[in-house]
Design a protein around this ligand. Structure first.
Ligand SMILES: *Cc1c(COP(=O)(O)O)cnc(C)c1O
Length: 398
């Protein structure tokens, strides 16, 4: 593509950045370069900067370019999974370093910090970041230590859809020179651009909305600071947790429709959440787009489309009366929703956090954190609203 006219819109960048027609054949969709090695002109003199695929690959470069653009970063670094991306970020730490992390981060992130990083001498303090507001950052200040190197937040959280005020947290970490990382998997850059709010590293499980079709496992880190980008790029190459060229191609294809997918995910989920709230079998609905959500005002301001429309995402959770037996009945009766873990695909998925995604958390801890046995989590896909609503209604009355 020739130089863009001006800062281009989100969808234009999602479709074109890093994805010019192939200069050799004119192919509009880039070829997938599967070769692991590259012929050189002379020893150490490459033809186009590529020598070995762990160090670099055209499909990975294309994906990294478009992801960096969508998040408003200088650089993206892609990995073979969200957990690999998270681990690469923690590889910047040294024994004796300290992390402060959100107590309801993704379970895999909790496991990396407690079972991989802790034995290597990196300690984590877990805290409730919903307490941190622009007017009161005391809880965070109290958790920080002189050796705190990373603060990690995730918003909205899973499965309760709690929010963290990103700018309020960033005001503290910036003043102390601590790296602030935000897992943006649930919101995606279409709804939330953490780097603009003062975050240093955006973490993604590309597996979810960014790819969007439940057929690739991938992860990414996106940064504004080129020096931090270089450090993470070195770790990517050195530890080798890289995504395959085919997976990079597939994710780049998925990203082209991210904007239209997110619009539809959000509108269908907003309607379903409203409807669920009125349903006689349901005692509570968690959705940041509902006025009943305790952080609805923050959601309106922090989660917006690139054109400034408040949008609250495609994830909703709700409580049915009757605990695990009632939930089991509902989840076995659904026909359009699929009973499965994961999220962010075109198809609607539904799960029971207490026995599935959050089963490894001890029951007392789970319940203290608000994850009751009656809680159901749904990833609302792109099917027709009416069919999803009918499906849930029939299942709730089964
Ligand atoms: C799935 C997920 C991860 C982990 O990503 P993988 O691609 O499964 O390794 C991290 N954070 C969040 C919020 C997730 O949903």
């Amino acid at each position: 593509m020739t130089a863009p006219h001006s800062p281009q819109g989100f969808s234009t960048r999602a479709i074109h950045v890093g994805q010019d027609p192939d200069p050799v054949t004119g192919a509009v969709m880039p070829p997938v370069v599967l070769s692991t090695t590259y012929a050189q002109n002379a020893p150490g003199e490459t033809k186009a900067g590529y020598d070995y695929t762990r160090a670099g690959n055209p499909n990975r470069d294309a994906l990294e370019a478009v992801l960096a653009s969508l998040e408003g970063g200088a650089r993206a670094i892609c990995f073979g999974s969200g957990c690999a991306a998270m681990t690469a970020l923690f590889q910047t730490l040294r024994p004796g370093d300290h992390v402060v992390a959100s107590e309801d981060v993704y379970g895999g992130t909790y496991r990396i910090l407690e079972q991989v990083m802790a034995p290597m001498g990196v300690e984590t303090t877990w805290m409730d970041f919903t307490q941190v507001t622009p007017g009161n950052t005391d809880a965070l200040e109290a958790a920080l230590r002189p050796n705190t190197k990373i603060v990690l937040i995730e918003t909205p959280s899973n499965p309760l859809l709690k929010l963290v005020d990103i700018a309020a947290v960033a005001s503290v970490t910036k003043a102390r020179g601590i790296v602030l990382a935000a897992d943006n998997t649930f919101a995606t850059p279409y709804l939330q651009r953490p780097l603009d709010l003062g975050v240093d590293v955006v973490v993604h499980s590309v597996t979810k909305y960014l790819n969007g079709h439940s057929d690739v496992l991938g992860g990414a880190l996106v940064v504004k600071d080129p020096e931090l980008g270089e450090k993470l790029h070195f770790i990517q190459k050195a530890i080798g947790a890289v995504p395959s060229p085919m997976d990079c191609y597939t994710v780049a294809r998925g990203l082209k429709t991210l904007a239209v997918r997110m619009e539809r995910h959000c509108s269908t989920t907003a309607s379903l959440a409203q409807w669920l709230q009125q349903h006689p079998k349901i005692t509570h609905v968690n959705y940041p787009g509902l006025q009943s959500h305790p952080q609805h005002a923050l959601a309106q301001q922090q989660m917006q489309s690139p054109r400034g429309t408040p949008l609250a995402g495609g994830m909703v959770s709700f409580v049915v009366d009757g605990g695990t037996p009632a939930v089991t009945r509902v989840l076995q009766a659904v026909r359009v929703f699929t009973l499965a873990e994961s999220l962010g695909g075109v198809e609607s998925l539904i799960c029971h956090p207490a026995t599935m995604t959050h089963a490894t958390i001890p029951k007392e801890v789970r319940q203290a954190n608000g994850i009751s046995d009656g809680l159901i989590r749904a990833s609302v896909g792109l099917e027709d609203l009416q069919d999803l609503q009918t499906d849930l209604d029939l299942a709730l009355n089964a």
